[in-house]
Ligand binder design. Structure first.
Ligand SMILES: [Zn+2]
Length: 215
């Protein structure tokens, strides 16, 4: 299959890679139909994320069609169209049970800092991402969500990171009806945070842009 391939800082290519295979009974294999390049992929691209290894495939925002399922997967069937959140979570143990899916220790047992993330370095578990024709998705019954009939691919794709990340920021801000809110940073996440601030009842929302100095 064709897949994005990291060759070192500032060097990415499209390369042929072996098709991903079921490695665990809870895995699914997804044929990717849409994938994004996230702003945070730029950190990887610039070589700023520790243990980003040559040969890995980025991509933590993707949707697709289920093509293979592991024997323990119960909620999905071949042909289902799903969106996949960027965190890889077991859904069963300490952090997941508290809703802290990003800290899942089962999906990234070697790290004390972060759970598994698709296409986001070996620090985040070394999972290949979705900027490829196919991707292996662990814990098929936990992360993937069926895309409802009538929802566009583009809208579904926004639910893999950009909207929920902006939503979480607005939620953590404790916004109350009638509040005035300022969001610093007018990237996709900032814009979604602003929209979600309205959702929480903010009366006025300002978005401040600034130029980030690249080190
Ligand atoms: Zn992202």
């Amino acid at each position: 299959m064709k897949a994005m391939n990291y060759r070192g800082p500032y060097r990415v290519r499209i390369a042929e890679k072996p098709l991903p295979e079921i490695q665990h009974p809870q895995d699914i294999i997804l044929q990717v139909t849409r994938a994004c390049i996230c702003g945070s992929d730029l950190h990887l691209y610039r070589g700023k994320v520790p243990d980003t290894r040559v040969g890995t495939t980025f991509g933590h925002e993707f949707i697709g069609v289920v093509r293979e399922i592991g024997t323990q997967v119960q909620n999905l069937k071949i042909g289902d169209k799903v969106l996949v959140p960027f965190n890889i979570s077991c859904g069963k143990f300490t952090f997941c049970l508290q809703g802290l899916y990003a800290y899942c220790q089962e999906s990234n047992a070697m790290s004390a800092t972060v759970g598994g993330v698709f296409g986001y370095s070996h620090l985040a578990g070394g999972f290949d991402g979705g900027q490829a024709e196919y991707v292996r998705v662990p814990y098929g019954d936990v992360g993937p969500v069926l895309i409802p009939e009538g929802m566009s691919d583009e809208d579904a794709l926004l639910l893999t990171d950009v909207v929920p990340t902006g939503y979480s920021a607005a939620e953590m801000g404790g916004i109350k009806k009638g509040d005035t809110v300022v969001v610093f940073g007018a990237g996709p996440i900032g814009i979604m945070a602003a929209r979600c601030a309205w959702l929480f009842g903010a009366a006025r929302v300002g978005v401040a842009t600034f130029k980030w100095r690249q080190i």
